[in-house]
Ligand binder design. Sequence first.
Ligand code: NAP
Length: 201
Amino acid sequence: MRIGIIGSGMVGSSLAAGLARHGHDVMLGTRDTSNPAMMEFVATSDGQGYAGSYAEAARFGDIVITAYPGSLVLETLETIGAGNLADKVVIDVVNPIAHVDGATVAAYGAEDSAAEVLQRAVPSARVVKAYNTIFARRMVDPDPGDGPTTMRIAGDDAGAKAEVSALLESTGWSVRDLGGLEHARELEAEVVEWAASRDAD
Ligand SMILES: NC(=O)c1ccc[n+]([C@@H]2O[C@H](COP(=O)([O-])OP(=O)(O)OC[C@H]3O[C@@H](n4cnc5c(N)ncnc54)[C@H](OP(=O)(O)O)[C@@H]3O)[C@@H](O)[C@H]2O)c1
């Protein structure tokens, strides 16, 4: 399968290396293709890894994975190009963590989610929320001794959820489908609340 990843930070790099190890062709999208994470990924991926811009990675992927700051969905979409996500299966990994007046808050409030913001902006995209509650280093082939091995997912498109479930199951996860994309709110809230309590310490 061809997988495009938007953002080459901890999540993007970790998923790119893990999915390439499973035999997928992966393009890691970045704003700067000369950055060290990108060069290391391409050099160590046994020919399965490619570097590209956000737009190139989105066009490349049968599945596109979002791995950028979750408070910047619409800004980042301008760089990706909404048309490049049309009809794509999109795995939305981001958390909408924002800082307002010294407090850590959900960027889109309790009645919305980053996943739904993206879905509304690109109605033909087939957005599935997944991975966002899992540490980056555990996203592929999770060690059962080191945390959960059931991935909760949410999305409105049954076919997209089937494709994402197959990818997850082939990389060490069992899958629990929470239902429609509105369930992304509770998945994102878990992480925003965790970040808020961490920041308060
Ligand atoms: N870290 C985790 O364990 C974890 C787990 C689950 C979910 N998440 C979520 O996944 C997303 C990515 O997390 P991460 O840990 O990979 O973050 P990170 O290490 O900070 O990387 C984020 C990447 O986003 C891209 N980006 C685009 N616009 C940016 C901007 N204005 N400022 C900074 N970076 C920008 C950058 O990639 P380029 O420079 O390549 O463009 C950057 O490397 C976040 O929404 C996070 O909440 C993280």
